[in-house]
Design a protein around this ligand. Structure first.
Ligand code: SF4
Length: 403
């Protein structure tokens, strides 16, 4: 269990952030905000993929007008992303957004910031102080020479002071950086100094797989230390991928309940009796379509598959032209290899409907025996890679010689 650092709680529309609330997933639309239908379609897609909160740019008057139509029809709270023009923040508030993100690097006028804070307070709308290493306040860049963690944190603290000066504390903060160690250090530093909820992200992470790796490296490191209340993957990709990745990361870290499929598969090796990559790909596609919230294992061989994947709810292991279907490590059915994915889908649906006990009780009585025979046959052909007597003897011989 991850012990999370206590933070204050704020409310982004219906979604609580901080103060022990579940870590939430955010993403951002890539459409023109003035395109109301296109943006709403993307908001719905993001919500379906696991986004709890969606940010939308408010970069001109047409975008602010678009927000006025989008917000009441959105299935999730909407955050308006504001850069440079504080008046667009006021317009976004009028449009009914659930939160604002202000970039202190390019909205620098204290009077303007305080005016926005007062207007947000009137409506009970929180503000994210969104510091970004790539658009840091010029004065801080000069002072520190580059966007070092101390500079990012100072930018956030200055903005906090402006907001607190007018009694505004409905705040969450991000100090994003595209360099993972700097991002991690910035958040650690900030977390020591404030108890406002933190929004984690590696900025401009780039396209997958690099963007995913950077995001996971930064976000997961902090989450495992108990730091972070809401997260966003900034990928150069369809934002649906961001939402999915964010959601999955939280599930894998045990910070959110599994809402969808968790497919595990062996990496395959010389023992594999099927093309694991192909079978796993087909199984993933079809299981995702079926929207079953279970853990499924696709294993390349029956020798090691059922045992290694015994924690999975259900799985399939290949061997001697057959698919061996197992539930919690117990083989329940043996089917021709060509039907293994169909059988997996069928059994997965029944498992979700009827539960583990019922499906184990309905197991084919000879399945375990057939699997044991197939495994034995494969061991005879391939050798026992795990317990090879011959190899043990050779290792012992060499070790003796080394004395
Ligand atoms: Fe190799 Fe079988 Fe393990 Fe897959 S399950 S990695 S095929 S030994």
């Amino acid at each position: 269990m991850i012990e999370r650092k206590p933070t204050r709680r704020i409310q982004v529309g219906s979604v609580p952030v901080g103060g022990g609330a579940e870590v939430s997933v955010q993403s951002m639309t890539t459409t023109k905000t003035a395109d109301v239908d296109g943006t709403l379609a993307q908001v719905y897609a993001l919500a379906a993929a696991g986004a709890d909160i969606v940010r939308i740019t408010c970069n001109d008057v047409a975008a602010a007008q678009g927000l006025a139509e989008i917000v009441p029809r959105s299935p999730v709270p909407i955050v308006a992303d504001i850069h440079f023009q504080y008046k667009l923040a006021l317009a976004a508030l009028e449009a009914g957004v659930h939160a604002l993100r202000l970039n202190p690097g390019n909205i620098r006028n204290e009077t303007h910031i305080k005016e926005v804070a007062r207007a947000a307070a009137d409506r009970g709308v929180p503000i994210r102080i969104g510091v970004n290493g790539g658009s840091l306040d010029k004065d801080l860049l000069e002072k520190y020479g580059s966007a070092v963690p101390e500079a990012l944190v100072e930018s956030a603290e200055t903005e906090i002071r402006y907001l607190e000066d007018v009694g505004f504390t409905d705040i969450k903060i991000s100090v994003k950086h595209s360099h993972v160690p700097s991002m991690v250090e910035s958040y650690r530093l900030l977390s020591e100094r404030v108890d406002y909820p933190l929004h984690l992200g590696v900025t401009e992470a780039g396209p997958p797989p690099g963007g995913l790796i950077k995001s996971v490296a930064g976000i997961a490191t902090l989450l495992l230390e108990g730091i972070g209340d809401t997260i966003r993957f900034s990928l150069t990709a369809d934002p649906v991928e961001e939402a999915k990745a964010g959601r999955q990361l939280l599930e894998y870290l045990g910070l959110r309940e599994r809402a969808g499929l968790d497919l595990i598969a062996c990496p395959s090796c010389g023992r594999a009796e099927v093309d694991v990559i192909e079978v796993a790909g087909e199984a993933q596609r079809r299981l995702e379509e079926a929207n079953l919230p279970i853990q499924v294992a696709v294993m390349g061989c029956v020798v090691n598959g059922p045992g290694e994947a015994r924690e999975a709810d259900i799985g399939i292991a290949a061997g001697r032209g057959k698919g061996h279907l197992f539930i919690k490590g117990n083989v329940v059915r043996v089917v021709p290899e060509a039907e293994m994915v169909d059988a997996l889908l069928d059994e997965a649906r029944k498992l979700v409907e009827e539960g583990v006990e019922a499906r184990l009780a309905a197991a084919d009585g000879v399945a375990e025996q057939l699997a044991a025979e197939a495994a034995e046959e494969l061991l005879l052909i391939q050798g026992d890679a795990n317990h090879s007597e011959e190899r043990r003897a050779r290792v012992a011989e060499i070790a003796e010689g080394a004395r």
